[in-house]
Write a protein that binds this ligand. Structure first.
Ligand SMILES: [Zn+2]
Length: 108
């Protein structure tokens, strides 16, 4: 399954102007792949809209228990202190199509 996280912060908390937040985000970006791998999670990608103060991370996760344990890693908890984080379970186009096909079969 895939999980999409949206991370956003205010201009006042932007890492560009706050050295402690900059260190937190640099450390997170440098270690996110290894941290995720510890929990059997693969980071599909992390993208940032720098002037929009928003980033998106997509993870391939074996289950939500693994993701919950990953979220509790110290590096992730530091990110939460100045970012609003929205977490959604999402599906790929292939998974969505399979789901739609399953829905059609259920109605028959
Ligand atoms: Zn920012």
């Amino acid at each position: 399954m895939h999980v999409l996280q949206t991370l956003s912060h205010s201009a006042e908390n932007c890492p560009i102007g706050k050295p402690e937040n900059l260190e937190t985000m640099k450390n997170w970006l440098e270690n996110i792949d290894a941290l995720a791998a510890k929990h059997g999670i693969k980071v599909s990608g992390v993208w940032t809209d720098r002037w929009g103060h928003t980033s998106w991370a997509i993870y391939e996760v074996p289950n939500m228990d693994a993701f919950t344990k990953f979220e509790l890693e110290a590096e992730n908890l530091k990110v939460v202190t100045f970012n609003h984080i929205e977490t959604r379970r999402v599906t790929s186009a292939k998974e969505t199509l399979a789901f739609f096909n399953q829905c059609q079969k259920s109605k028959q």
